[in-house]
Structure formats: structure tokens, C-alpha cells
Design a protein around this ligand. Structure first.
Ligand SMILES: O=C(O)CCC(=O)C(=O)O
Ligand SMILES: [Fe+2]
Length: 884
């Protein structure tokens, strides 16, 4: 028995680095830099020393980003601290993880069918309507601005034993408990308790002295047994240490919380555990509620489970009207939830997984878990993807499991014995053996196509070249052939052999192969000087070839119906298009850019006179963190509105006539926007002025939100960046319609189609460049219009990448105008696919989702190599730090 294919793609066993990939995929589109690049070894870490990053400046950093907008972490009506564990909606990337082949499914499930102890009942969905506190700021385009404020966010794991011990030793840092557990072994609870008592005594005894063993990792290590050689604090003087957090050259990663004061302010077990544990308790009581919502509610009640439960019941936070993809609420967020709260070493992974997927056979779950080497979050991701596909109707339904896992396992074990371990279960001990049988990390560099179709990311590092390697698992030849045929149609210049090489190099994952081929093609075009002359977009779901159309607005009135049809087609298909002959003169555009240049040329202190005000107006620099990347955009921007600009217009003595010049341009773009928005209204069968009334309010009477954003991306001359840095990280705009002005040759904007519904975070794998031309206006649909059109018009992810290769590395300027729904306007599509929502609430929800996604990024940071974090994550800039 094998699983049906998804989208005709090959079915593969997940590679052994799946957890890392999984975490990356949770939060960002699978770029080769993230997913394919071989990790460099960490030369600075002394060998034999296990380093673990348990708490991060990054996490704090994200938290500070959350809190600028009165979002979900704030206690209702109060100024409660954001310290919750955040959950996040599932990243809907159906192509990223295909279900694994369950190599060892039993031929029949009769044993399972005989088992009848039922897991907790799981009723049909009653999804939650999340209503975070009202927003006060937004970035219009899917990012949160950091405020110069730092709070602690703890994204943590927990386990039965750990939480148990943590409850017993509430003053002991959790990492110390983890350490002890690791030392004494997972199953020796008594010993652990003894050790902890001893440690606690020591700690208390030494509290009168300068430091406790927890405070000083070296001392702590010395005080414990030799097995503590695996201390998680790197000893190398060259490695980053918390003792020099302010040194500009040292990455400000905090390696181990035991190096932090334990109390007050230190992470005690109580705070460590309460969130994660609380969510689990609530999840048990409200199995149909999404975990993100539970986390939110719990956080708003300071992790008081009873109060949160009461609130959920009394406030009837369950709204059955909201549609969702997943029919069982549990599966939708299981993967992300579990990534944030992986089961502890003492917990039965299969039981945990089953509780999240009560509608799926345990045997099948077990197979998936097996394929991820017992990594529950990664397994959950695979299962979720499978579930999503099934619910979309493309896959058959799996039988309900409804079975008791332990009974199932006991039964299975018996059967194993009988059948000579034919169905041997995954056990922790098997891990090493399994690892050894993982296929080698592929590289096509040794293949005949060497150099031409090599996966990105360079040669494998020595550390990855050495592990014992078994032969790769052969892909299903039919599926492989079909995939090659599809890809060949898209890349007629590439031979099918070379496509095969690429496909194999990514274990048959078509989306990744697509990205590599695309990148190769782009590079080839760059070499030949034809880059940008052809723009292809590949819908990553259907593999259709798409392009970003250019729509000419000449003779607008006479040609209105033709233009309307073209606009609707472009917006339905790609969500991006460019406008030519749009009526705004080149002189006016050049003047707007000149105004922008003059403003950004001012000293920061001058610009800071009109700093961002919390209402999306004013100047910011290097503060917009995109949840998809976790790094701040490498840019500065000035947001201008029609109202609420008191004290925010740059003074005439700084930039002559700034307000008058900017306002003139804003009115021009607004007017053009109205024409386009009217077409969309008509095309959708709504009254002509729907979006005009919905957005335009140049007098500022009814909570207008439209924003002109002047953008200045810094010159990167002579600078180099880690792979996770962007001029603008991937995001979808929140608004109705964005109009973007670029300057000739200042490229970098890339678009990624493939989003299915407005409230997912799905990002495809193919990113295509948008040519930078000053005579064309780049337009894109934003989330509000996607929802207002019942998902007919697509709000597409886009990003601005840093220059590569020979591309110009100087400053880049662009100007974006966001037509955004007024605060009080009601957004609802003609087909009422989604409940009515106000413009303000829409932004509040979008910001809440951003925060959740950021939390997933934080978790990714927790999982990746510390060195990588240090190079990838951009911390709070100095000028903000000083203000903090
Ligand atoms: O500068 C660009 O090309 C894109 C800017 C953008 O997407 C945004 O600000 O939302
Ligand atoms: Fe944008």
C-alpha cells in the first residue's frame, strides 16, 4: 500500500535534515539559500561541545515588533506584558512536503480496527474567531515596525517530565532542569529530583555570593560530572558570549539562559512551562479551536488556564460561520503548534501526533512519524499537507483512527515479535541506525552537467560529506518522468537529462527543481544580457506558465471594457501587472523621486523630527521586520497620509515645499487608483464606487488609511549580507491596490504567485523578477481586495532582493501608494465567502497573523545553528537600541 501522489509529484522519504528544512519552510519560502545551501561548519565552536541556543535576542526582537500595535499579546484593557508562547497558522505550502511513502504499512489494518479505546472525542469543527485588540499601526505591506522596546518572548519546548520537574522546582531555570535530565537520562526521575535538590541548594547557598552555578556556565560545568562536557555554552573566546552583548562585533545571541540571572527576570520553570502546558490543557478542552487562538487567549490571561477557559466559554469565542480549509480544526495548526511545542523526550510522539489528527489512522501516522525519524513537528507538517490536499478533494479520506494509541502500539509490538520485527516501530535507539540509512546529501556537481545545472549553495561541507551513506531511495520512475516532461515544457533550453539531474538533486521535489532551473535561466539571461526581457511566472500548483502583463491605459474611456477585462484577468491570474500610458507624466514621477531623494539625504536627526508615529505615518529606518524573514528590511521609508499628519510633514527649511509637492503627487496617484479600482468593482459585480468609497478620503473625515510610502534602499556598495537579508522581505500587501513607481535599472523586485486563499501564508517556490522601468507603474492586489473579492483577485507575495553578481549596488528608490480600506468600512465579497469585517479589524487580524508567523521565525532561529543565526538575523539597530 502506498500513498497517492500529490499533484503528480514523486513521493519521497524526507531527508534527514528535515527538521531544519521544516522549520525554515514554516516561515519563509524555500529559497535555495535556505534550503539547499550546505551549512558551513562552525569552526568557532570547539569540537565536542554541544551548543544549544535556548533563548534569543531574536525572540525578544520579534516580541518588540509585536508590541507596537496593541496586538494579541496585550492583556485586554490593561498593559499586560507579552510573554506568551505564540502559535501560528499553518503555512500552506502544499508542494513543500509531500507525504512520505510509508514503507512499512501493514497490509491490513484489522488489528487497528479491533481496538476501540477512543481518543478524546473530536467533534466537527467550530472554528474560532480571533479578535485581537484594536490596531493602532500597520505597515500596509505585511510587516511590523519595531518599536525601541524590548520584552522577553520565550518560545520554548516542554515535556511531561520537564514540566513535572519544573513545577517542583519553580525557581530553577528550565535549562538547568533540562541539563540535569540530559545528564541522568530520561527515565531516571528520582535521580533528576535529587540532582535538582542539590543544585537548588547550591544555588541558594551561593546566592549570597556573586554567582550561582546557573549564572556561570563554566562553574556550573565544573561542578557537575564529566558528562557535562556537553555544556551548551561554547568555551571558545572567539565565539559569541553574552558577556559582551554590546560589542558591535559580537553577535548578540544569548546562548544559554543559565548565563542570565535566574531571578528576577530570569526564566523560571513556572513561566517556561505555563504557556505551553496551558495551551495543551486548553487544546484538550477545546479540541476544535485553533491553537493560535488558544495561545492568544491564554496569553491575554497571563497564562491562567482557568480564566482563559472561562473566557472562551463565556465569551463564546467560537464562531461557526468562519470557513476554513481544514474541517478538523486540530490539523490546521498542528504542525506549527508542534513546532513551537515539540513533545518532550518523555512523551510518546505517536500519541501526541494522534491527538492532533484524530481522524487519521494511527498506523498511517506512525509511518509518517517513522519517516521523519520520530520528529513529531515535521511529521505533523507532512500530515497537515496531506490533510489539506484531502480536504481540497484531491485525495481520498483516511479512516478515522479513534483508537487508543498505547493499545495500538502494544498490539503492534506483539505483532512485531511474531513476525520477526517486520513492523519494527521507530524507537529512539533506532535513530542512529536510521540516520545511517539516509540518502547522502545530493549534489549534482559531480554529474556530467557539472557547472551548468548545479544546485545552488556550493560544495558540501566536510562535515556533511563524511557520514556513512546508503544508496539513495530510487524515485518512482513514472512520476519522475512526468515531472521531467513538465519541467522540460517550461525550460525548452534545458535538456531533459540536465533537468533530471536537478530533479534528483532535490530528491524529486518539483518545486525546488523549478526554483533551481529558474535561477539558472535567470543567470544565463544575465550572462547574455537578455535578463528581464522575458518574464515567466510559474504557478507552482499547476505548473502553468504565467507572465506579468503590461496593460496600456491609452484611450481609457474608449477602451474601458477592454482594459477592465485585462485588469480582471491579470488580477485573477497573477495579482501583479504593470500599467503603461497611465497618464502620470515622466516629469511628475521624476519630481516625486527628487523629493524623496532630497528628504532621505537629510541627516537622520533631521528625519527623526518626523519619526514614525504608531499610525503608519512618518519616517523609519531599518525597523520593518518581515515575519517571513525575521530580519529588518535594509531600507528607510517615509509614510505620508492625507490626514493625521500633524507634525509629520518635513519642514520647508529642510526640504523646500515638501508637503505641497508630496500632496500633489499623492492626489495624482489617488486619481489613477480610482480608475483602476472602479474597474475591479465593476468586474466583480460590485457597485462602481465600492473601493473608492472604501478607501478614498482625502479630507480625512472617515479614518482614511491610504499611504504614500517613499522608499530608500541603502547602497550596499562594499557590503555583504547573510542569506536572510533583504531590501524588502517577502510579504503580501494588506491593502486593496498598490501602485509602485520604480526607476530604470533599479531592479530587485520579485513576485511569487500561487496563493490560494487570503488568510493563508502560502508561498510558492518560484520567484520572478519584475523589470524596473520608470515609465510603468507596477500594480498589485492586496489582501483586502483578495478578501473583498472572495479570493478571486490574488494578493501575491513579493520581495525586493539585494543586488547579486554584477548588478548595481548603489541606492535604490521606489515609491509605493497603498489604497487601503478606511477603518470603518465593511469588507465583504459578493459571494460572502468570508464574514463581513471592518477595515480596521482586517488590519488587526493581519497584524496578529504576522506576529504568529514571526514567532515561527523565532522558532526557526532557535533550531538553526547559532553561527547561522548570528549572521542571518539582524538585530535592533543601534539608534533604536539607544532609545530603548
Ligand atoms: O520597493 C519595491 O519595489 C517594493 C516595495 C513594497 O513591496 C512595499 O513597500 O510594500
Ligand atoms: Fe509590498
Amino acid at each position: 500500500m502506498s500513498l497517492p501522489d500529490i499533484n503528480g509529484h514523486s513521493i519521497q522519504v524526507l531527508p534527514k535534515d528535515a527538521p531544519k528544512d521544516f522549520a525554515a519552510l514554516l516561515s519563509s519560502p524555500p529559497r535555495p539559500a535556505m534550503t539547499l545551501r550546505q551549512q558551513p561548519p562552525s569552526p568557532k565552536l570547539p569540537s565536542g561541545v554541544e551548543t544549544e541556543v535556548t533563548d534569543y535576542v531574536t525572540a525578544k526582537h520579534f516580541d518588540s515588533a509585536y508590541n507596537d500595535d496593541g496586538g494579541v499579546l496585550t492583556k485586554p484593557g490593561g498593559k499586560g506584558k507579552g510573554k506568551a508562547l505564540i502559535d501560528t497558522p499553518i503555512d500552506d505550502t502544499p508542494d513543500e512536503y509531500e507525504p512520505v511513502e510509508y514503507a512499512r504499512l501493514p497490509d491490513d489494518d484489522s488489528d487497528e480496527e479491533e481496538l476501540h479505546d477512543r481518543l478524546p472525542a473530536h467533534s466537527p469543527t467550530s472554528p474560532v474567531l480571533l479578535t485581537p485588540a484594536s490596531p493602532s499601526v500597520n505597515g500596509s505591506s505585511g510587516g511590523a515596525f519595531i518599536q525601541p522596546r524590548q520584552q522577553q518572548l520565550h518560545v520554548k519546548t516542554t515535556s511531561a517530565t520537564l514540566s513535572d520537574l519544573a513545577t517542583m522546582f519553580p525557581e530553577t531555570p528550565v535549562t538547568a532542569i533540562e541539563d540535569v535530565l540530559r545528564r541522568v537520562g530520561e527515565s531516571h526521575r528520582e535521580e533528576a529530583v535529587d540532582a535538582l535538590i542539590k543544585l537548588e541548594r547550591e544555588r541558594q547557598g551561593s546566592s549570597s555570593t556573586a554567582k550561582s552555578p546557573f549564572d556561570d556556565p563554566d562553574k556550573s560545568n565544573a561542578a557537575s560530572s564529566s558528562s557535562r562536557a556537553n555544556a551548551r555554552q561554547p568555551a571558545s573566546p572567539t565565539s559569541p558570549t553574552p558577556s559582551s552583548p554590546s560589542s558591535p562585533s559580537s553577535p548578540r545571541v544569548r546562548f544559554h539562559e543559565s548565563t542570565q540571572p535566574t531571578s528576577p527576570g530570569g526564566i523560571t520553570a513556572a513561566s517556561y512551562n505555563s504557556a505551553a502546558k496551558g495551551i495543551r490543557i486548553l487544546a484538550g478542552k477545546f479540541p476544535d479551536m485553533d491553537r493560535a487562538a488558544l495561545a492568544t487567549v491564554l496569553a491575554s490571561y497571563d497564562n491562567n488556564v482557568e480564566e482563559a477557559e472561562k473566557a472562551i466559554r463565556e465569551e463564546k469565542m467560537v464562531d461557526a460561520t468562519r470557513p476554513r480549509i481544514s474541517e478538523d480544526g486540530a490539523s490546521q495548526n498542528a504542525a506549527v503548534y508542534l513546532a513551537m511545542n515539540p513533545p518532550g523526550p518523555q512523551e510518546d510522539g505517536l500519541a501526541v501526533l494522534s491527538s492532533f489528527f484524530p481522524n487519521i489512522k494511527v498506523s498511517w501516522l506512525e509511518g509518517v512519524l517513522d519517516s521523519t525519524y520520530g520528529n513529531v513537528p515535521a511529521a505533523a507538517q507532512l500530515v497537515s499537507v496531506y490533510e489539506e490536499e484531502r480536504l481540497r478533494g484531491s485525495l481520498p479520506r483516511h479512516g478515522q483512527n479513534g483508537k487508543n494509541v498505547s493499545a495500538y502500539l502494544a498490539n503492534r509490538e506483539k505483532k512485531d515479535k511474531k513476525e520477526g520485527s517486520k513492523w519494527k516501530l521507530w524507537k529512539k535507539d533506532d535513530k542512529a541506525a536510521k540516520r545511517a540509512s539516509v540518502p547522502p546529501p545530493f549534489t549534482s556537481r559531480n554529474d556530467s552537467d557539472k557547472g551548468k545545472y548545479a544546485p545552488l549553495g556550493g560544495a558540501p561541507s566536510p562535515s556533511q560529506a563524511s557520514p556513512p551513506q546508503a544508496p539513495p531511495i530510487p524515485p518512482n520512475p513514472e512520476v519522475r518522468a512526468q515531472a521531467i516532461e513538465n519541467l522540460s515544457a517550461m525550460f525548452p533550453d534545458a535538456s531533459s537529462d540536465s533537468i533530471g539531474v536537478v530533479l534528483d538533486s532535490v530528491n524529486g521535489r518539483v518545486d525546488q527543481a523549478l526554483e533551481i532551473l529558474l535561477r539558472n535561466q535567470t543567470e544565463e539571461e544575465q550572462r547574455q544580457g537578455t535578463y528581464g526581457s522575458s518574464v515567466y511566472l510559474f504557478d507552482n500548483v499547476s505548473s502553468r506558465v504565467m507572465s506579468i502583463p503590461t496593460i496600456s491605459l491609452h484611450d481609457f474611456e474608449a477602451r474601458r471594457q477592454v482594459i477592465l477585462a485585462e485588469l480582471m484577468s491579470a488580477a485573477t491570474d497573477v495579482g501583479f501587472f504593470t500599467l503603461s500610458n497611465h497618464g502620470i507624466s515622466q516629469q511628475d514621477i521624476a519630481a516625486a523621486f527628487e523629493l524623496s531623494r532630497a528628504f532621505f539625504a537629510l541627516d537622520d536627526e533631521v528625519k527623526a523630527k518626523t519619526a514614525l508615529n504608531g499610525k503608519n505615518a512618518g519616517w523609519e529606518k531599518n525597523t520593518q521586520v518581515r515575519p517571513s524573514t525575521g530580519t529588518a528590511d535594509q531600507k528607510e521609508s517615509m509614510q505620508l497620509q492625507f490626514a493625521r499628519m500633524e507634525g509629520l510633514w518635513p519642514a520647508d527649511e529642510d526640504v523646500d515645499g515638501f508637503q505641497a509637492r508630496a500632496t500633489k503627487f499623492m492626489h495624482q496617484v489617488q486619481e489613477l487608483s480610482v480608475r483602476v479600482m472602479e474597474c475591479f468593482a465593476e468586474g466583480l459585480g460590485l457597485s462602481l464606487d465600492t473601493f473608492t468609497v472604501g478607501t478614498v478620503d482625502t479630507e480625512g473625515a472617515g479614518d482614511p488609511q491610504n499611504v504614500l510610502r517613499l522608499l530608500h534602499y541603502h547602497s550596499v556598495e562594499g557590503k555583504s549580507f547573510g542569506p536572510n537579508f533583504w531590501r524588502a522581505g517577502a510579504h503580501a500587501d494588506f491593502d486593496i491596490l498598490t501602485m509602485l513607481f520604480q526607476r530604470d535599472g533599479e531592479g530587485g523586485l520579485e513576485v511569487c504567485p500561487g496563493r490560494v486563499v487570503v488568510d493563508d501564508y502560502g508561498m510558492g517556490a518560484a520567484w520572478l523578477p519584475v523589470e524596473a522601468r520608470s515609465d510603468r507603474i507596477v500594480c498589485n492586489i492586496g489582501d483586502q481586495l483578495m478578501r473583498w473579492s472572495d479570493d478571486r483577485l490574488k494578493s501575491t507575495y513579493h520581495r525586493v532582493r539585494l543586488p547579486v553578481g554584477d548588478e548595481p549596488r548603489g541606492d535604490r528608490y521606489s515609491i509605493a501608494f497603498f489604497n487601503q480600506a478606511r477603518g470603518g468600512v465593511i469588507i465583504q465579497g459578493p459571494g460572502k465567502k468570508y464574514p463581513a469585517i471592518t477595515g480596521a479589524q482586517f488590519i488587526a487580524d493581519a497584524l496578529a497573523r504576522n506576529r504568529m508567523q514571526s514567532a515561527a521565525v523565532a522558532e526557526r532561529a532557535r533550531l538553526v545553528d547559532a553561527e547561522q543565526v548570528a549572521t542571518e538575523v539582524h538585530f535592533v539597530p543601534a539608534h533604536l537600541k539607544a532609545a530603548a
